[in-house]
Design a protein around this ligand. Structure first.
Ligand code: 5GP
Ligand code: MN
Length: 314
């Protein structure tokens, strides 16, 4: 499966790992598991995340995670990311490396890396990294298992989303047999929110609006709100999961004002709507049922544009 990538790994003594920007649980988990496996092979490894590990997966934080590069690697290795605009502030190092590899489950950009393995059907990048580590021949210890479990847990919505296939459960079954405390991991991920995050979720619920005849719900988290209560931007990420739980809707969307005038639009669909293609048309991307993009429009314009686009697909 991974022959070309393993060939590059075998040649390189130094490897930097690149998860996507706005790093999530799958990015952290797959990057850490890969880093541990490569270090076990004697490689010098760092994870160039470009930002701090988010608080809901802070228990996975470790010395591999760097916001600044300490070397130009012989191999740059992207995980959970296969488009240049999601490398963002690390582009210099990505391009300075003599060769690039990538393992991902997003629709990929052609020519993104010299050695690539992408599977858009895979429930999580961490599932692919699990297969990769097995093919590398590295033993999956408790730390690797914990990182992989967390990546799969978070990208499948705790094994609830339709991407959760039998292969996912088979992998999880093996990982759970390796001494991890799955209940403690779930509690750390889902029952450990700072007060500000719940306030932001409450704001998003309070400002919901039904559109498209009730088939979609949208909400907004203004910059002045989250910044005004001294929350980090990462505290806005979970609101979409609350909004999507509304009965009767197909699509949920949240406009998160990341910087004044710059909106990150997160979207989720429940069954038939392909919001991945919609996000791609708007300059972003993602999966059929979970996607996002960045819009530099006024909120009024952005909402009107989204409403018109959703009318076409709902
Ligand atoms: P979220 O709403 O959680 O930020 O993102 C939903 C999905 O869309 C995730 O799989 C995420 O990786 C992907 N995604 C988010 N923002 C972008 C973007 O700007 N470009 C691309 N290609 N994918 C994105
Ligand atoms: Mn992922």
């Amino acid at each position: 499966m991974f022959e070309k990538i393993i060939e590059q790994v075998n040649k390189a003594k130094t490897i930097s790992i690149f998860p996507h920007s706005s790093i999530d649980g799958d990015g952290v988990g797959s990057a850490k598991a890969l880093a541990l496996a490569l270090a076990a092979l004697g490689k010098r490894v760092e994870i160039l995340a470009g930002e701090a590990v988010p608080s809901h997966v802070a228990f996975l934080d470790c010395d591999f995670f760097k916001t600044e590069a300490s070397f130009i690697p012989e191999l740059a290795f992207a995980v959970d990311c296969s488009s240049l605009n999601r490398i963002e502030n690390r582009l210099g190092v990505w391009q300075a490396a003599p060769v690039r590899a990538c393992i991902d489950h997003h629709p990929s950009e052609a020519g993104f890396a010299e050695a690539m393995y992408t599977d858009p059907q895979a429930s999580a990048a961490a599932l692919l990294i699990y297969y990769f580590i097995k093919e590398l021949g590295v033993e999956i210890d408790r730390d690797i298992a914990e990182a992989l479990y967390t990546g799969i847990l978070t990208d499948t919505g705790s094994f609830r989303y339709s991407n959760t296939d039998p292969a996912t459960h088979t992998a999880i079954s093996e990982l759970c047999g390796l001494g991890i405390d799955h209940a403690a991991i779930c509690s750390a991920v889902y029952e450990n929110k700072p007060l500000e995050q719940l306030r932001i979720e409450a704001y998003a619920v309070d400002h919901m609006r039904l559109i498209c005849g009730g088939r979609a719900v949208i909400s907004v988290i203004p910059y002045d709100f989250w910044n005004g209560i001294n929350a980090p931007y990462s505290c806005t990420e979970s609101s979409i999961d609350v909004i999507r739980s509304l009965r009767g809707i197909e699509v949920a969307a949240v406009f998160k004002e990341k910087e004044p005038g710059v909106y990150k639009l997160s979207m989720r669909s429940k069954s038939y709507a392909d919001i991945g293609s919609l996000a791609f048309r708007l300059g972003g991307g993602g999966h059929k049922k979970a996607a996002a993009c960045t819009l530099k429009l006024s909120l009024k314009e952005a909402e009107a544009m989204l409403e018109a686009e959703l009318e076409k697909i709902l």
